[in-house]
Write a protein that binds this ligand. Structure first.
Ligand code: PLP
Length: 459
């Protein structure tokens, strides 16, 4: 099972949670139409729906909330945030935004013209949508291994340089305003990009005069994987690795709700002065003054402190190794999961878990529902329901039919991980008894949020 990296904190404030009775869980699941998105938080014992904004802040961050300077312009907390971004990431200019997608909106607006192409290492929902809203077309240039759940490669988030070069040859460098690189890649399962690959992408981009922007949402997790897996980095600090990573980018978008350890916030950062001026012209339209960008002064203070805490070796080691611990327990028990275990979540492979169900019986949705029933654990479906229907109205059948167990930062203990693992293992032993689901209500778009289901009776 490997060693346990114990909590690098002690607990001084607690939020009670409880596991409601089996009958109450059944009633809650039926009321939610077997959709975990529709459960009430109070009926959930261990909530692994997402790691976004679900972080526990430190005592220093909470203290920082009381230091909010809520001036309309020039808040001192903005300058703290700017200093933290300069020190930790190395970018000169910072535009705060309410969360990550606010930064994506501004970046897409100032750089993309209709007809442009934006290469990236696998899409992210909000990132791609903002590119498209500004007339751009996303092109996936991630390595093929990223799409294979059983391939145990160390850097499955890498860019395939051949695919990137082919796009440049096809459309021309002047139709590519920037390369958008996610570090780590959320939709590939939290898989990292190697430093060598970042360096190569930057070199290729520089040869063609193309900018590189990172989606830095999970960049500290990426730095940790480089430290653990890439030759030459074992002796370097997370802060040093992060600075080198960022040296290969012209700027980044950031969702502070992940690696910056806050419940709300984000920013857009860059080195180029003229781009910064343009970003400031748009931030006032969508977010607020360039010195608050949709955030309270106290939120910026908490994020500035969180940014500095995030590069602490013990903090990031605990975060990633706790996720690995859960994954290893399941792997040891023979439960099918996506390999290798990524930085923020463990993904159950529902097609292998429930081989008696066809994909049209929604195995991932069915498994997530049963997990709640068994242990009060809330997970998220990432499969046929999330993929939606194509233009002809037929269900898309994605290769990966997954249940995501996403671990919030600094919130749950190893004992909670054991509760989750024990339940998943129990369900795996009893898997033949898990029925498929069918729709009782299906909304036309983004159906995973609000659709409702019932079990398919066994014939
Ligand atoms: C969460 C996330 C975003 C969007 O950030 P929000 O703060 O939710 O708007 C963008 N990219 C990645 C990789 C993310 O995980």
């Amino acid at each position: 099972m490997g060693h346990v990296v114990a909590e690098p904190f002690r607990i001084k404030s607690v939020e009670p949670v409880r596991k409601i009775s089996a009958e109450a869980r059944r009633a809650a699941l039926e009321a939610a139409g077997y959709n975990t998105f529709l459960l009430r938080s109070e009926d959930v014992y261990i909530d692994l729906l997402t790691d976004s904004g679900t972080t526990a802040m430190s005592d220093r961050q909470w203290a920082g909330l009381l230091l909010g300077d809520e001036a309309y312009a020039g808040s001192r907390n903005f300058y703290h945030l700017e200093e933290a971004v300069r020190d930790v990431y190395g970018f000169r200019h910072v535009v705060p935004t309410h969360q990550g997608r606010g930064a994506e909106n501004i970046l897409s607006r100032i750089l993309i013209e209709p007809g442009d192409f934006i290469p990236g290492n696998m899409y992210f929902t909000t990132t791609r949508l903002h590119q498209e809203l500004n007339g751009g077309t996303f092109r996936d240039v991630i390595v093929d291994e990223a799409h294979d759940s059983q391939c145990d490669a160390p850097f499955k988030g890498n860019v395939d340089l051949g695919k990137l070069q082919a796009l440049v040859d096809e459309v021309g460098a002047d139709r590519i305003p920037y390369i958008c690189l996610a570090v780590t890649v959320n939709l590939a399962g939290g898989q990292p990009v190697s430093m060598a690959n970042l360096r190569d992408v930057k070199a290729l981009a520089a040869r063609h005069g193309i900018r590189v922007f990172f989606d830095a949402t999970r960049c500290v997790e990426n730095a940790y994987f480089i430290q653990k897996r890439e030759e030459g980095y074992a002796g370097r600090t997370i802060a040093e690795i992060l600075r080198e990573m960022m040296s290969y980018a012209d700027g980044c978008t950031m969702s502070g709700k992940k690696d910056c350890l806050v419940n709300i916030g984000g920013f857009l950062a860059m080195n180029d002065e003229s781009l910064y001026v343009k970003a400031c012209e748009w931030v006032v339209v969508f977010e607020g003054m360039p010195s608050y960008g949709g955030l309270a002064g106290r939120d910026m203070e908490a994020m500035a402190i969180g940014i500095r805490e995030s590069v602490d070796q013990d903090t990031i080691a605990y975060r990633v190794e706790q996720v690995r611990y859960l994954g290893d327990r399941l792997i040891e028990a023979g439960v099918p999961v996506v390999r290798p275990i990524g930085g923020h979540a463990v993904f159950l492979d529902a097609l292998r878990f429930l081989p008696h169900l066809s994909q049209d019986e929604f195995p991932a949705q069915a498994l997530a529902a049963r997990l709640y029933l068994d242990a009060g654990v809330r997970a998220m479906e990432r499969g046929i329901i999330s993929a939606g229907r194509d233009a002809n109205g037929a269900n898309r059948h994605p290769k990966l039919e997954l249940v995501r167990l996403t671990i919030p930062r600094r919130v749950y203990t190893y004992a909670h991980m054991d509760v989750v693992a024990d339940s998943v293992i129990r369900l795996y032993e009893d898997r033949a008894s898990i029925p498929g689901l069918r729709f009782t209500y299906e909304p036309p778009v983004l159906r995973f949020f609000t659709s409702r289901f019932e079990p398919v009776p066994r014939g």
